[in-house]
Ligand binder design. Structure first.
Ligand code: NCD
Ligand code: ZN
Length: 481
């Protein structure tokens, strides 16, 4: 296949080029004269060719909650959103903290339209067999340090440290939902007791300090152990300095934020109520611009969506405490962000850095994914920056047909999505028989060797009493006079 007439976007340039694809891989990018002969020509006149987006944070609910989403519907939403690789979260039922649960999930994922990684659960119960989970196919881990949908207990700090000690030498990155459960539980209890059921009470129960404290704690453990960490859904302006400083010190931390933290704030709360309930909460308007600035200066590495589908009924109950947390996003991320590019808040090159290059690097996929270059997978979002429209929840592929973006005017859409050389979305339509084309990225993942730190604490040697040391050792002789 040769794609002709498009403009290829990378983080540092946009060039008019043809792209030749064979066997699912890109074999040439350049002037049309040097393209090999093609069996199939695809025209991309007027379109931009972006590396398919890599979404580090989706919840496809399968197994456990198929009435909210399945791998088929969630990955269809990804395909239609220009997203070619997703990393799926372990708060399913059963949670992805055992090899058996992982096998169930991998079977469900066989219907995926897009490529995927699986975040295994790092919790008190699973910390003893992280290696087994890695061997069985997880690409990475997730620690729910703050309580959220699924009510998985937060790992104790002890378990988190042990997990990081084990994962550090392996170079495997752990995603952290960073909020302080103790602060939030107490606040929520007080607010419920006071009779508050309004949407703003959710924000009041999860103040920014809960995020600041948890990020600080996680970074301390990451820095001590040398473990790679990834801060999920960064929401607050006030915690950015922690990531900025940690990066300066050489901590291998990456961070994501989501369109909802960049573009929504409490001004939208009255209109949207429980639809907007999510963790961490969407905050006051003063947080929006600092998050953009953090993307621009590299403090925040990437855009993810935290695609967290629930049914309309589950999102619109009278009391905010009864509304499930989260909303779908994998399908709307690209049009929302491209609209901001059209508004000149960022360039297409910035966008590609946040949507594809940096996530590919964080998960050890860069070169094979995250770039349109010879040797890479032919994962391409064909983007029409002129196409304008209105986001409509009823048209989403997700089962969760309720979205805070409903009715929002956007300009800039993915019109075709190519995954390893095959269209999974074409002319805005899902290519239905591409279900199951998605593969785990586990086999291509390469996490380079990390920089060791404080290694004397890692080994199980600490469980053995050193030779020559007796329990409650007393001096052999009497204290000399
Ligand atoms: C997510 C979900 O529904 O699974 N909800 C949310 O509010 N973000 C869980 C999560 O990512 O915290
Ligand atoms: Zn989360």
């Amino acid at each position: 296949m040769v794609i002709r007439g498009g403009r290829v976007v990378s983080p540092d340039r946009i060039i008019e080029a043809s792209v030749a694809i064979e066997g699912g891989h890109i074999v040439a990018v350049g002037h049309d004269d040097v393209m090999p002969a093609a069996r199939e020509e695809v025209r991309a006149d007027g379109l931009f060719l972006l590396p398919g987006a890599i979404d580090s944070h989706v919840h496809f609910r399968d197994p456990g909650y198929p009435h909210k989403e399945t791998w088929k519907t969630g990955s269809a939403a990804a395909a239609c959103g220009g997203v070619t690789t997703v990393f799926e979260m372990p708060n399913t039922n059963p949670p992805t903290g055992t090899v058996e649960a992982l096998r169930i999930k991998l079977r469900a994922a066989e219907s995926s339209y897009v490529d995927f990684g699986i975040h295994g659960l790092l919790g008190d119960d699973s910390v003893a067999h992280l290696e087994d989970l890695i061997d069985a196919g997880v690409t990475s881990f997730k620690a729910f340090v703050g309580n959220t949908f699924g009510n998985l207990p937060a790992p104790t700090d002890g378990a988190l440290l042990e997990g990081f000690e084990k994962l550090a030498p392996l170079g495997i990155r752990t995603v952290v939902h960073a909020e302080n459960s103790s602060i939030m539980a107490r606040r929520q209890q007080q607010m419920e007791a006071a009779g508050r059921i309004d949407a703003l009470a959710h924000l009041a129960a999860r103040p920014a300090v809960a995020e600041i404290e948890a990020i600080g704690r996680v970074l301390t453990l990451a820095e001590w152990t040398g473990a790679r960490v990834h801060i999920a859904h960064h929401s607050a302006a006030d915690s950015l300095y922690l990531i900025r400083d940690a990066k300066r010190r050489g901590v291998d931390v990456t961070a994501e934020t989501c369109p909802q933290y960049l573009l929504l704030n409490t001004n939208d709360m009255l209109r949207l109520g429980g639809i907007m309930r999510l963790n961490p909460p969407i905050r006051e308007a003063r947080h929006n611009q600092p998050l953009w600035d953090a993307l621009m200066d590299g403090t925040i590495d990437m855009i993810a969506t935290d695609h967290a589908p629930h049914t309309p009924e589950e999102k619109t109950r009278e009391s905010i405490w009864a509304c499930d947390c989260g909303f779908p996003g994998v399908e709307t991320q690209m049009p929302l962000m491209l609209t901001e590019v059209n508004r000149q808040r960022a360039t297409l090159m910035d966008y590609v850095r946040w949507s594809a290059v940096n996530p590919a690097r964080a998960w050890g996929l860069y070169g094979t994914k995250g770039v349109i270059a010879s040797g890479a997978h032919a994962d391409i979002a064909f983007v029409d920056m002129a196409r304008a429209g209105t986001l409509a929840q009823g048209r989403l592929q997700s089962i969760s047909k309720i979205s805070p973006w409903h009715g929002r005017a956007v300009q800039g859409f993915p019109v075709h999505t190519l995954l390893r050389g095959r269209f999974v979305m074409r002319d805005g339509q899902l290519v239905r028989d591409a279900a199951g084309w998605g593969r785990s990225v586990k086999t291509i993942q390469q996490m380079p060797a990390p920089r060791p730190r404080n290694t004397e604490h890692y080994s199980s040697a600490i469980l053995k009493t050193p030779e020559g040391v007796r329990p409650n050792a007393l001096p052999d002789e009497d204290v000399p006079r």
